[in-house]
Design a protein around this ligand. Structure first.
Ligand SMILES: [Zn+2]
Length: 144
């Protein structure tokens, strides 16, 4: 696990990770016009306001796309192949898509779901995975 790629947290995105560590999926929204935006950034692309807030999402979404990475893979990932990388469109925020992995539970490895079960459009919900003491990743569970 030592060589996993971890999020690079910047000032704009720090709240996303802080909420994830508490088990909340939140997306940045403009405090003036109300539009959601992702990835986080200081200025609203719609009205140019610098005022923002973090809006709670339901955690529901659909698989917008996915891949099954093939070799060559970084050593920490080769050990977990075959695994998936998905792009999930949020049910509460059409057009906002997060990259992650479908897993079978918060502590499950990346290869815990048979790739045959993945479908474009398939419903998923967020799960919060503490991969290190100070890093919680948002991953996805298949809805049944
Ligand atoms: Zn705005």
């Amino acid at each position: 696990m030592d060589d996993l790629l971890l999020p690079v947290v910047d000032e704009d995105g720090a709240p996303f990770w802080e909420y994830a560590a508490r088990g909340e999926l939140r997306v940045q929204a403009c405090a003036d016009c109300g539009r959601l935006r992702f990835p986080p950034r200081p200025c609203c692309p719609h009205c140019r306001s610098f005022a923002s807030e973090w809006r709670a999402m339901s955690g529901r979404g659909r698989i917008w796309s996915y891949v099954l990475p093939h070799p060559p893979l970084l050593p920490a990932y080769a050990a977990q192949a075959p695994y998936n990388a998905v792009v999930v469109e949020l049910a509460d925020a059409p057009g906002i898509r997060l990259v992650g992995n479908v897993v079978s539970g918060p502590d499950a490895p990346l290869d815990s779901v048979d790739p045959e079960r993945l479908r474009i459009g398939g419903p998923v919900r967020a799960v919060f995975c503490p991969v290190f003491p100070d890093v919680t990743l948002v991953r996805w569970l298949l809805e049944r």
